[in-house]
Design a protein around this ligand. Structure first.
Ligand SMILES: Nc1nc2c(c(=O)[nH]1)N[C@H]1C(S)=C(S)[C@@H](COP(=O)(O)O)O[C@H]1N2
Ligand SMILES: [Mo]
Length: 246
């Protein structure tokens, strides 16, 4: 038999014999395994979309400590702080159709999400706070990601021990409903120690992923050529996991 004829017969035979195959012992085992594999993959995806726990306002910590940079002294940050961040801009750039440059006023006018969540730092402390800001997905949709975009990089104003802080996430976390660009903590503008005037809240991730002093959001196809190539300040410096899901 010629190869094409063989494949045609095999195809027809497979379709016609499908039920028989499923009824056979080996067949049902194989299909069962495939279904289980699919379910595990599906559960994994569903799990990544699940919400982090949210708490009543009564659970809010009396003091939300600052960690890492708590008062940046580099670049024009001190001058911006003195001016009450009146001229702060947040850029959305990289692999997008419509790059954006947003003022704080622009950010405050977008639909807002408020969430009371627990922040977990790998150094062994947690705090509960109420965060408010637009979902990152709104900004990404307004800028319109190009199909090549695979990661979102967060650029920060602070330089910590000689390196600019930065972080990144994949598109699942970028589009998670609790991933917001926060400008308020507990109903007040962010304190400087907690990332004024803008910081990320990425509630399904550990503390170091939540970039403070946010200046730009960059869509990229690869993290390889950014800073140390590991996707974040602590990932580059101390080998912290890039995927820090909780
Ligand atoms: N720009 C910037 N973002 C940052 C850091 C930092 O030093 N600089 N520290 C990270 C770490 S390790 C934690 S635990 C949280 C701390 O947030 P907080 O200062 O509001 O407690 O911010 C994260 N984001
Ligand atoms: Mo942390």
């Amino acid at each position: 038999m010629k190869r094409r004829g063989f494949l045609a017969v095999l195809g027809a035979g497979f379709v016609a014999g499908c039920n028989k195959f499923a009824d056979s012992d080996a067949g049902s085992k194989l299909l069962g395994a495939a279904e289980k594999w699919h379910k595990n993959a599906h559960d994994l995806l569903m799990d990544r979309k699940a919400l982090a726990p949210e708490f009543p306002r009564s659970a809010i910590s009396p003091f939300f400590r600052g960690n890492g940079s708590v008062d940046p002294q580099n670049g024009d940050y001190p001058a911006q702080a003195d001016a009450g961040f009146a001229d702060w801009r947040l850029e959305v750039r990289g692999l997008v159709e419509h790059p954006l440059s947003l003022s704080l006023e622009n950010i405050r006018k977008l639909p807002q999400r408020t969430q009371v969540t627990r922040h977990d730092c790998v150094e062994g402390w947690s705090a509960i706070g109420e965060w408010t800001g637009p979902q990152l997905s709104l900004l990404l949709d307004a800028a319109k990601l190009r199909p090549e975009a695979k990661y979102i990089v967060f650029r920060c104003a602070d330089n910590l021990n000689g390196q600019d802080y930065y972080e990144s996430v994949d598109l699942i976390d970028a589009y998670h409903p609790q991933t917001i660009v926060a400008h308020e903590l507990n109903g007040e503008p962010l304190p400087i120690r907690n990332g004024a005037p803008l910081r990320m809240r990425i509630e399904r991730q550990l503390g170091y992923k939540h970039a403070k002093y946010l200046t730009a959001i960059e869509a990229v196809a690869s993290l390889d050529d950014i800073e140390g190539g590991k996707g974040g300040y602590w990932e580059d410096r101390a080998g912290y996991q890039w995927y820090a899901g909780i």
